[in-house]
Design a protein around this ligand. Structure first.
Ligand code: ADP
Ligand code: MG
Length: 225
């Protein structure tokens, strides 16, 4: 389970101070699939980045599976991320210089998984995402839908507890978007907890509930049946 309590995030630049998050109390239970929606600039990505230990809150607390992470250093957060969290982004964020296989292998290299086991796990993830035939290609040789399937393979290869997806279908046409949503739904049904930012009510329909943000606050929440 992950729980935030009165989470605040302030960004200060030379000219302006922005309150990106203004008191977020949120719990995501194991096995849940939660959609986060709201207008541009309301704090969705900031929240997802904090939930994913990519950033820390300015004030408030965040409990990640029993560990209080609010005050952790960047290094400690990176250590805790390993193997526990998988990310999927709108822009895929694959490394252009690495092949499909090498991109998916990265989380396992961070975990110092032995080579034979890495190969087996990467192959399994690529098969699952129907990308085995492209294992030696580079990201730029793939379509958007294929790149996102590789990114999902990378997100799941180390079997994380939690997947965070920031507008995962934002750069895809509707057919590829639907494929990606079905893959996320399958992973959730197998037990992976998912928090996903989306602008699409259709995509949100794959989740168990939607949390609506406005101006850094949770304004409404609706449960889907
Ligand atoms: P959303 O994902 O909902 O569109 P964001 O979480 O990206 O919104 O941003 C929330 C607010 O915080 C916006 O006003 C944005 O400009 C600001 N913000 C986000 N990241 C930074 C940053 N690194 N530095 C300064 N301001 C930021
Ligand atoms: Mg965003």
């Amino acid at each position: 389970m992950i729980t935030t309590s009165n989470l605040q995030k302030l960004f200060t630049t030379e000219e302006v101070e922005t309150t990106a998050l203004n008191g977020i109390d949120m719990t995501i239970k194991d096995g849940e699939f939660v959609a986060i929606m709201g207008p541009s600039g309301c704090g969705k990505s900031t929240l997802l980045n904090i939930l994913g230990l990519l950033d820390n809150p300015s004030t408030g607390s965040y409990n990640f599976y029993g560990t209080e992470v609010g005050d952790m250093s960047e290094r400690q957060r990176a250590q805790l991320r390993k193997g526990n969290i998988g990310f999927v982004f709108q822009s895929f964020n694959l490394i252009d210089e690495l092949t499909v296989f090498e991109n998916v292998e990265l989380p396992l290299l961070y975990l110092k998984t032995p080579a034979a086991e890495r190969k087996e796990k990467v192959d399994r993830a690529l098969e699952r995402m129907n990308m085995m035939h492209r294992r030696n290609h580079f990201p730029q040789q793939l379509s958007g839908g294929q790149q996102q399937r590789v990114a999902i393979a990378r997100a799941v290869v180390a079997k994380p507890k939690l997947i965070l997806a920031d507008e995962p279908t934002g750069n895809l046409d509707s057919a590829n978007g639907e494929d990606v949503m079905k893959l996320l739904q399958e992973l959730n049904e197998e037990g992976t907890t998912i928090a996903m930012v989306t602008h699409s009510p259709y995509d949100a329909g794959f989740a168990h509930r939607t949390v609506n943000l406005f101006d850094g606050k949770i304004v409404t929440e609706n449960f889907h049946v």
